[in-house]
Design a binder for this molecule. Structure first.
Ligand code: AMP
Length: 192
């Protein structure tokens, strides 16, 4: 296996969070989810949380100056020494470029961008189901779901064009059981 510096990439509802929990056990690296960090801040109504909330509720991206600074601080934590699993970051090409700079500064270049794909119809079905389970506001509203899917297509997906020529993208079919998808990811990151 080449390394444990990993980005988990894919549209909302691709199963990134579910796979992340299994991967961190396998790899023994910290799970860095920007969505979870923002939810922590909004729940606790910190200054950062108050700023992030309106963007999250609308299904858009929290501005880069807030997001990038939060990730930069997190990557400054010594627990990333053996690697990290970034989940939900980067979500735009400018964020991807900033991430490269941060990783260069700490001497930990990215090894894999694990790209989990699922169809739009499957995303809608999964998010509707998750709304009933996790109670996330942004899963419960059809127009917010559509906005998040549009945000993914317009702003996040172009990250793949940035990473592909660098040979870092591992394409994973996100349809199947949790264990099947996990096995695909495990195989992809251990063989490349
Ligand atoms: P997630 O749990 O990853 O779906 O993220 C929930 C929400 O948090 C997103 O819809 C965005 O509003 C915000 N968010 C998470 N990660 C980022 C990011 N890298 N850049 C900007 N906003 C983000």
């Amino acid at each position: 296996m080449k390394g444990k510096n990993i980005v988990l990439f894919g549209p909302p509802g691709a199963g990134k969070g579910t796979q992340a929990l299994k991967l961190i056990t396998l790899l023994n690296v910290p799970h860095i989810s920007t969505g979870d960090m923002f939810r922590y801040h909004t729940k606790n109504q910190t200054e950062l949380g108050k700023k992030a909330q309106e963007y999250m509720n609308a299904g858009g991206l929290v501005p880069d100056e807030i997001t990038i600074q939060m990730v930069r601080e997190r990557l400054g934590n010594p627990d990333v020494k053996e690697g990290f699993l970034l989940d939900g970051f980067p979500r735009s090409t400018p964020q991807a470029k900033e991430l490269d700079k941060m990783l260069e500064a700490i001497g930990k270049p990215l090894d894999h961008v694990v790209n989990i794909s699922v169809s739009d119809d499957e995303i809608r079905t999964r998010l509707a189901k998750r709304a009933g389970i996790e109670g996330r506001k942004d899963d419960a509203d059809q127009s917010v779901i559509q906005k998040r899917m549009d945000t993914y297509k317009n702003q996040s997906e172009p990250c793949l064009d940035y990473y592909r020529p660098l040979g870092k993208v591992r394409d994973i079919n996100g349809l199947g059981s949790i264990d099947e998808i996990f096995e695909r990811i495990r195989a992809a990151i251990t063989s490349s």
